[in-house]
Write a protein that binds this ligand. Sequence first.
Ligand SMILES: CC(C)(COP(=O)(O)OP(=O)(O)OC[C@H]1O[C@@H](n2cnc3c(N)ncnc32)[C@H](O)[C@@H]1OP(=O)(O)O)[C@@H](O)C(=O)NCCC(=O)NCCS
Length: 294
Amino acid sequence: MGDVRLSLLSRRKPAPLEIRLAGEADRHSISHLLSDARWKHQHLDWIDTLGLLGQQPFLTAFEQGRMVGTMAFPPDPPDVAWLRVFAVARGHSPATVWESLWPEALVRVSQAGVKRLAVLDVGGWLRPILEGSGFAPTTAVTFLEWNDSRLPEALAGLEGLRKLTFDDLPALAVLDGRAFGSIWRHSQEVLGLALRQASLASVVERDGQPVAYQLSTASAYGAHLARLAVDPSWQDRGIGTNLVVHVLGHFARQGFTRVTLNTQADNERGLSLYKRLGFSETGQRYPVFEEEVL
Ligand SMILES: CC(C)(COP(=O)(O)OP(=O)(O)OC[C@H]1O[C@@H](n2cnc3c(N)ncnc32)[C@H](O)[C@@H]1OP(=O)(O)O)[C@@H](O)C(=O)NCCC(=O)NCCS
């Protein structure tokens, strides 16, 4: 007969994790968790993880005083929340930590008025967890690159092109909301973050009003067209084409031989435009999962 006390102990269910809202005081623990995590999802675009502190729901899970998980679903725009961060400490199961954090996150996004949740499944390991929580795949993000030394031709002249400034952001947030569908819209705040990181940012005006814009970045990794939108009432007039030709010309003059971008795999208009201008899909794709909040 073995040690009854030990076998009972080993069969005991682990204590439930303690869930808390993240705050400024957690900055160091979250940094540590992110740098050490075995399972880590970070989909940040222009956002910085610790810059999300103060926005809710940003939740943390503790076991015996030690942070073992974190999850951030900050609404932006107000009716949509993307999973920006989900990280799990070594030695813990992502499914178990998710099950502890997810119900609290769901209640909080619902109370905040969020109607739709979205997750970009970059690593693949989140899929079973997401499906078990009611998420379904809706589309994918596909990556494209241009590495053609010949610049494509512009269509009729690109009048009204000028530098994008911070004063444009309120109007561009409205334009962005009109051009992009539900989960893809960006708020003025996120567009502001994008502008701070842009190396080329341009607006096209008609009658003194912005009708299209683009934001691009450049780094040691190459040039990247991060955002392009034309107001629906100004589409099909060559403005999108000419903005992309303008971006390619700018980066080619700076010596870049490769420009990348990504878009929704079901964005036929965008894909058609990019392929016509010499971009091709790289084959890299990440599925997008969505769930309606009731
Ligand atoms: C995708 C998007 C940027 C295209 O902008 P647009 O200004 O309508 O694009 P264009 O007018 O340059 O091109 C649209 C079509 O009109 C045609 N066209 C427009 N003006 C033309 C002209 N003067 N001569 C010949 N063809 C012309 C283009 O050839 C193109 O045809 P295609 O669909 O076969 O490629 C725009 O639809 C949009 O903002 N969509 C929502 C946001 C989005 O999807 N952004 C990009 C992906 S992240």
